[in-house]
Design a protein around this ligand. Structure first.
Ligand code: MG
Length: 284
């Protein structure tokens, strides 16, 4: 679809849209909740989708283990299952011991990131040529409980990148291939035309859907506003433009082959004010 995005405005639109797909891949923060607050209608929308036989997979770049993700779902009273629903290829970063045989440094979002941790990462990666540098994402910022963007794991990955002088060996979160490999394990045989990726970010969620041939639906409950979308001027995300300029400089001057995380003209097929709007289908 090239003309998008198409806005879903009413129950008739929602019904017709949902009927097109068997599987929905849902981002979490900005779609199901913002910070610690559930977006209205979300539980009912999920319950309706399951009731009519839709498969739901949660696809998050959150720096949490599957168990950690499940705790958040429980806390917010959103139905989810660890066994086959929550997709999260990240690992807990606790208990890293100073060990020369460590084979990988995994960089996720870490609110306690500091110079000591950076030094450890640099030590492992530079002393052991077989030690792999893994980043969960290169997201510059995300939306927490506040109205302004907060630094995301990309800022930490860039600290290591700067110190080390090379790009991550693997980036596992959306929109990259390792996340899709995780989903394939769950879906096995599937028809990409019957899958919809729902998310609030253009550079991760929507790009992930585009990369894999899925239809994409953007929700306006997270980091992207309707104005960002329609004027193709990603205002919230572009607040990190200085970061992106720095990144571009790194790209050209230091590390020529690093992927560019900047969302340029990533356009979803559809958008909707909130995923919770689908709950209205249950009261028809
Ligand atoms: Mg999100």
């Amino acid at each position: 679809m090239s003309k998008g995005p198409i806005k879903l405005c009413n129950i008739k639109d929602y019904d017709k849209f949902i009927d097109k797909f068997d599987t929905f891949l849902l981002d979490c923060d900005g779609v199901l909740w913002r910070g610690d607050h559930v977006i209205p209608g979300v539980q009912k929308a999920l319950s309706y989708m399951r009731k009519i036989g839709k498969k739901i997979l949660f696809v998050t770049n959150a720096s949490k283990s599957r168990t950690g993700c499940l705790e958040k779902f429980k806390k917010l009273n959103i139905e989810a299952y660890e066994d086959n629903n929550t997709q999260d290829p990240t690992f807990d970063l606790e208990n890293i011991a100073p060990d020369p045989e460590i084979g990988a440094v995994i960089c996720a979002n870490d609110k306690n990131f500091n110079y000591q941790k950076l030094s450890k990462a640099l030590c492992y990666l530079s002393r052991n040529p077989d030690c792999i540098f893994i980043a969960t994402t290169l997201e510059a910022n995300s939306q927490g409980n506040c109205d302004y963007p907060v630094p995301a794991s990309g800022t930490i990955a860039v600290s290591i990148l700067m110190a080390l002088g090379r790009k991550p060996d693997i980036i596992i979160g959306k929109p990259n291939k390792p996340m899709m490999d995780c989903i394939i394990q769950n879906l096995q045989l599937f028809d990409a035309k019957r899958i919809c990726m729902i998310g609030d970010r253009l550079d991760t969620d929507v790009q992930f859907g585009i990369n894999n041939g899925f239809t994409t639906l953007l929700t306006l409950t997270g980091i992207t506003t309707e104005n960002d979308l329609l004027v193709n001027n990603i205002s919230v995300q572009s607040k990190s433009r200085k970061f992106r300029k720095l990144f571009a400089a790194l790209q050209s001057n230091l590390i020529k082959s690093i992927p560019n995380p900047s969302p340029t003209s990533i356009i979803p097929d559809y958008y909707i004010s909130s995923f919770g709007e689908f709950s209205k289908l249950d009261s028809q």
